[in-house]
Design a protein. Structure first.
Lengths: 536, 218
């Protein structure tokens, strides 16, 4: 098809052919002109110089030369054997021509019989054409060179003229009408261009689809080549590592975590791997999967699942159960020891009462721990939901204070209640627990002669329960952790006071249930203030 | 088409990062073992030193091979020659991690006289330096390299704090002397790690600019 196309149009061929013809014609014309000029000028020269070359000889009838204008007559041969002389003697006139190869010259003779019987011979020697030509060689060379230069210049300009439209073709959008011969190429280029455009568009579409799909993924996704070089990374992966332009970089440049790199190596050797990875406070479960193409390992797919919440709640749960068992075990061990002594009769009779008291105290402690745990788990399960009622907060606080008055008196701590009297809509049981725990803590961690002040305030969005004591306070490093379950600032002291380590946890829980928050501030040896905000 | 030389250079680059990751891991664990008096962790660090040494030898032979076979010039030559120097510093950091862990093992039986205060700070500062130096290499980040070089002063100051702490401890009770000396050694090793991190950062500067400069002002 292409060859046919080439033969179809003859625009270019005709043009080149035409230009070549013109060029040759020009050269030939130039040479011819010069030759004409040269020969013409030579002929003219000859006319101008006249008969300078003519030789005149007078020969007697016997053939002896009596005059010659070129040579000495007496030295010349007898001329009776020359044909023109013989003819002249016989007929009155004669002519002949002789060619001398050595001189490459032709001599023309003409003889006529004079009235005195002597013969007058005129001769003219002409050079042969080749020797005539030889005389023009320098001029010819010059003429040839000149015509060459002219031809070269003409050819150059003509070539330029032919090539110009080709050079001017815009390859990104070639036009068909430049030369007929080129139109198949142009058509093909246009077709290919269109094809490439279509391919690029479809690839872009595919990449965009991939980006759209993976971009909305919460999980991080990284695809790597067999050497660990990243081919693709989605938005989440970029966010995890905070490394821009990940594709093209090696996984090593993204993270230098030894375990991650180790698992990557395992994966790139063809095995699946999995790990838990923590970065900037977030915990991820990473899955490494090798990718095979035609049974040849060709890279890896790495998937990051955010398990931060799960990881921490799991961690908390583990800590909680460890703490619970520990907290329960301590009083149980004491009870077990004391009962063993009683059973084996090691204890003296008078100590029996003391032992029983100790067992009772430890049992009480166990009950309060179990109570607190039950409360917390109730709060956790939100089983107390919907039990909201309207009640007077000050009245409730008063009741709690009444209940704790005897305990406070035993420690020589005074309890004060100040603030407005107002009603709130809340879960009474939870608020009761909250107040009890806060005031109880205020008593437990107080000094002799100290006080616990409860102040109530009704705000626009929140109502405020402020419980401050003049107690021993909490060191700054413990402040952020006191709301953790079973966390205690001073372990030895809380054992004495009988706290379960769950009190503030319950307070926090109750406040959060009421869409509120708890703030704590404390100075060691000066006292602690806890403020609970509860949505009004 | 990627030439074999380019491939080898990428390989060298990756191996250097890998070795960097190894020493970062080693000193991070060293601190944990020291503070928590974790004997098992300390032992694993000492065992891991062999791997770092092996890595150094691997990279060294790769560098020599590249120098011999490819006769690199300009930037490539600078990368390879600084790689040769960097691995020496990295290996020394690995050695110091091992040294500290050995003292940790020795101290493991007895509780610390006073809760460690400035040593963990110092350790954190040196880890930051090592991380920054290797990050500067990975990201080809000149500014970070200079920042790392400047940060050495912080570590040096912390070392003086540690020294003063320990002098006070000995003054209070001369029986504290033995542990104080061990802790001083640990602090000195951390200080040396800081110096080696500075060296690494300087080699990063050299490989990027072709100049040996201790700071950007010079």
């Amino acid at each position: 098809m292409r060859i046919a196309g080439l033969l179809e149009g003859e625009q270019l061929r005709n043009r080149i052919f035409g230009y070549m013809c013109i060029n040759i014609l020009l050269t030939v014309t130039l040479l011819a002109l010069f030759a004409f000029y040269a020969i013409g000028s030579r002929a003219e020269e000859q006319v101008k110089t006249g008969l300078k070359n003519e030789r005149v000889t007078i020969v007697t009838q016997t053939g002896d030369v009596i005059f010659d204008n070129y040579a000495k007559a007496e030295e010349m041969d007898n001329h009776l054997n020359r044909s023109e002389v013989i003819d002249a003697i016989n007929t009155g006139r004669g002519e002949s021509k002789r060619f001398s190869e050595t001189m490459s010259q032709t001599t023309y003779y003409y003889a006529m019989k004079l009235e005195d019987g002597n013969i007058l011979r005129l001769s003219y020697t002409a050079d042969h054409i080749s020797s005539e030509v030889q005389k023009f060689i320098p001029q010819l060379i010059f003429a040839a060179l000149a015509s060459l230069v002219v031809a070269f210049l003409a050819a150059a300009s003509l070539t330029k003229k032919i090539i110009k439209p080709i050079n001017n073709i815009d390859l990104t959008a070639p036009e068909i009408d430049t030369y007929d011969e080129l139109s198949p190429f142009v058509r093909e280029i246009n077709r290919q261009k269109q094809l490439v455009g279509e391919y690029v568009a479809s690839l872009e579409k595919r990449a965009n689809t991939m980006n759209d799909i993976t971009g909305n993924m919460k999980e991080g996704l990284i695809l790597t080549g067999p050497g660990g070089e990243i081919i693709f990374a989605n938005q989440s992966a970029v966010k995890i590592f905070r490394v821009n332009e990940m594709p093209g970089k090696n996984i090593l440049e993204v993270s230098r975590d030894v375990e991650l790199l180790h698992n990557m190596k395992i994966c790139l050797s063809g095995k699946n791997a999995e790990m838990v990875f923590t970065i900037r406070g977030k915990t991820y479960n990473i899955f490494f999967n090798p990718v095979y193409e035609n049974e040849i390992l060709n890279g890896a797919v790495v998937l990051f699942l955010d398990i931060t919440e799960k990881f921490y709640s799991e961690k908390q749960r583990k800590e909680f159960s460890a703490n619970v068992s520990h907290e329960l075990k301590t009083p149980l061990t004491t009870i077990y020891g004391l009962t063993e002594m009683l059973i084996n009769g090691i204890a003296k009779k008078e100590d029996t009462k003391d032992f029983a008291q100790k067992i009772s105290a430890q049992t009480k402690r166990l009950i309060s721990i179990v109570d607190d745990i039950i409360k917390l788990s109730e709060f956790d399960e939100d089983s107390v939901k919907a039990e909201k009622s309207v009640f007077n907060l000050k009245n409730l606080a008063q009741t709690v204070i009444e209940n704790l008055k005897s305990k406070a008196a035993g420690k020589n701590v005074t309890l004060n209640l100040t603030g407005e009297s107002f009603e709130i809509t809340a879960n009474e049981h939870m608020i009761d627990e909250m107040l009890f725990n806060l005031i109880d803590n205020g008593i437990n961690y107080n000094t002799d002669g100290g006080s616990v002040n409860v102040d109530l305030k009704q705000g626009k969005d929140f109502c405020e329960i402020r419980v401050s004591d003049t107690g021993i306070g909490i060191a700054e490093e413990h402040l952020s952790r006191v709301f953790e379950r079973f966390y205690r600032a001073d372990k030895s002291r809380s054992k004495k006071t009988g706290g379960t380590g769950l009190g503030l946890s319950i307070v926090k829980h109750a406040a959060e249930y009421h869409k509120g928050r708890v703030e704590i501030s404390s100075r060691e040896k000066e006292g602690t203030t806890v403020v609970c905000y509860i949505a009004a | 088409m990627r030439s074999r030389f380019d491939e080898q250079l990428t390989n060298l680059n990756n191996k250097l990062i890998e070795m960097g990751a190894m020493i970062e891991d080693a000193i991070t664990k060293t601190i944990r073992a020291l503070i928590e008096q974790d004997v098992r962790l300390a032992k694993s660090i000492i065992a891991g030193e062999e791997e770092i040494d092996q890595m150094e030898r691997d990279i060294e032979s790769l560098c020599l091979k590249l120098l011999l076979q490819q006769q690199p010039i300009a930037k490539d030559l600078r990368l390879i020659s600084s790689a040769l120097k960097m691995i020496t510093d990295m290996e020394r950091i690995g050695d110091h991690a091992e040294d500290i862990s050995e003292i940790t093992l020795f101290l493991a039986g007895t509780p610390y006289i006073k809760e460690l205060e400035h040593i963990p700070q110092m350790a954190e500062a040196t880890v930051k330096m090592v991380k920054d130096a290797i990050d500067a290499f990975v990201k080809r980040d000149l500014e970070l390299a200079y920042a790392c070089i400047d940060y050495d002063e912080v570590v040096d100051n912390l070392f003086i704090n540690v020294k003063n702490d320990l002098i006070d401890l000995i003054r209070i009770d001369s029986a504290n002397g033995e542990q104080a000396i061990d802790l001083l050694m640990i602090a000195k090793y951390f200080e040396r790690i800081g110096d080696h991190a500075t060296n690494i950062a300087e080699w990063v500067v050299f490989s990027l600019t072709g100049n040996h400069k201790r700071s950007r002002d010079e």
